[in-house]
Design a binder for this molecule. Structure first.
Ligand code: PMP
Length: 363
């Protein structure tokens, strides 16, 4: 079997070893005579899957004991609503850093629930950079400050997170969780849909400081309260059991790779190959993000002053050469290579080579 050079933005590449292990135990899980997804979520077997995935995530991200790990449904998009619902008590506002498309969606959704203000924005710079701490204005009645650690569409990333005093920092890490070590104790809440670095779609990971979820407003529906899921160890209702199991396998794979520092090193080597081609192309390729903020997860670029004809040709020829997912997001156009943890170095080497050859043919 030939594996495609998969640069999809999400759902995205899953490590081959993980897929193979899932395949090997797909029909008969742990000698039970049934697949994991056929089992009760109240069984000891699933409880172990649920607990092991939490424990491994805690170990790999060095998550302190006073944080809960939740496996929820509804994607990161549901977190856009759950966060303000749970944290915007009377008189409080959510402060949002506007870094592009995903931050924008979080802000829009928060406004359906309560008051959301923009604490800083890089809109005037076409979202080519992320606002720094000195630009962020936090209102006195802010319940939290929300940042998007990696903008999947724009291709910018916070390399270091703003330090904002006592206001809890909330981060959407959907597209860069587990790609590098982060100091979880600096955050009130971290959330991420699984379908990029964690496994398949269907489960959303939330890491939240316990004291922040002690008292959700009573008016919130049961399923949308963090305390519901925290008290029930993510087993309040039927969980996405197969997705949680897959996340557990991905976490084991990361541990076997040597943990997050090693994963980060590998990722930076991978993306350097592609960013180098962009930087050394004499302007044939143009990176969309400022160098200091560019993402090691989503490499966004254009060809020769946004030459859409050439970009179309690039996508077409890349597909014929075995590459998948290089077309930019429909909202911004251009090109994008998503190089999540599971994208192997070999795929990036092949892409760098293809890009050089494409330039030589078309410059
Ligand atoms: N935030 C970011 C940064 C994303 O990249 C995405 C999905 N691409 C989302 C939120 C929305 O995630 P979901 O589709 O899981 O709701």
């Amino acid at each position: 079997m030939t594996r495609a050079y998969n640069f999809n933005a999400g759902p995205a590449a899953i490590p081959l070893e993980v897929l193979q292990q899932a395949q090997a135990e797909f029909i008969d899980y742990d000698g039970a005579g049934m697949a994991l997804m056929e089992m009760s979520h109240r069984s000891a077997t699933y409880e172990k899957v649920n607990q092991e995935a939490q424990d491994l995530l805690r170990e790999l991200m060095n998550i302190p004991d006073n944080y809960k790990i939740l496996f929820l449904q509804g994607g990161a998009s549901t977190q856009f609503a759950m966060i303000p619902m749970n944290f915007l008590s009377e008189g409080k506002v959510g402060a949002y850093v506007d870094t592009g498309a995903w931050a924008g969606k979080a802000i829009k959704e928060a406004k359906t629930v309560g008051e959301a203000v923009i604490a800083a924005s890089s809109k005037e710079d076409s979202y080519m950079r992320v606002p720094q701490a000195s630009e962020i204005v936090v209102p006195e009645n802010a319940a939290y400050v929300h940042v998007t650690s990696n903008e999947t569409i724009g291709g910018v990333q916070y390399k270091a997170f703003p330090e904002l005093g006592n206001v809890p920092l909330i981060a959407d890490m959907s597209s860069d969780i587990l790609s590098r070590p982060v100091d979880v104790s600096k955050f009130g809440l971290i959330y991420a849909g699984a379908q990029k670095n964690l496994g398949p779609s269907g489960v959303t990971v939330v890491i939240v400081r316990e004291d922040l979820i002690a008292e959700s407003p009573k008016s919130i529906p049961t399923m949308l309260r963090y305390d519901t899921h925290a008290k029930a160890n993510s087993l309040y209702n039927t969980p996405p059991s197969f997705a949680v199991y897959m996340v557990g396998l991905v976490l084991k794979w990361i541990k076997a790779k040597g943990g997050l520092a090693e994963v980060e090193r590998y990722n930076l080597n991978k993306t350097k190959l592609i960013y180098d081609v962009i930087d050394e192309s004499n302007g044939f390729y143009e990176g969309c993000a400022n160098k200091e903020d560019r993402s090691p997860m989503n490499i966004t670029f254009r060809i020769q002053g946004k030459n859409e004809e050439l970009e179309k040709k690039f996508v077409k020829e890349s597909e014929a050469a075995g590459f998948v997912g290089l077309k930019g997001h429909r909202d911004v156009g251009g090109l994008r290579a998503s190089t999540y943890n599971a994208v192997p170095l070999e795929s990036c080497e092949a892409l760098a080579k293809f890009m050089k050859e494409f330039q030589a043919r078309n410059a």
